[in-house]
Write a protein that binds this ligand. Sequence first.
Ligand SMILES: [Zn+2]
Length: 106
Amino acid sequence: MAGISIRKNDFVVVKAGKEKGKKGKVLKVLRDKDKVVVEKVNFIKRHQRPTSAQRQGGIIEREGPVHLSNVMLWCEKCGKGVRVRRQRLDDGKVVRLCAGCGESFD
Ligand SMILES: [Zn+2]
């Protein structure tokens, strides 16, 4: 369950698959599917039906979901995708820290 700590607006890097090495911002977390949608990663073509608002229809490209196991949080300080550890603060709040350098992501 390593990937579950990824949230919307986090910056992640793709660790596997054809998009390996790409970095981007998390636009959406699909918790029930264990997937995330990352900005400018995994573009897929979709056929769009003509509608009254947009008569033409045709093919549009948009980001497709990537499985959580294929992405890691990007740590600017470490310069790579990193594991996350959690730390409970004195006030009870749990923050996510880089397992490499200890930088906080929250
Ligand atoms: Zn780090």
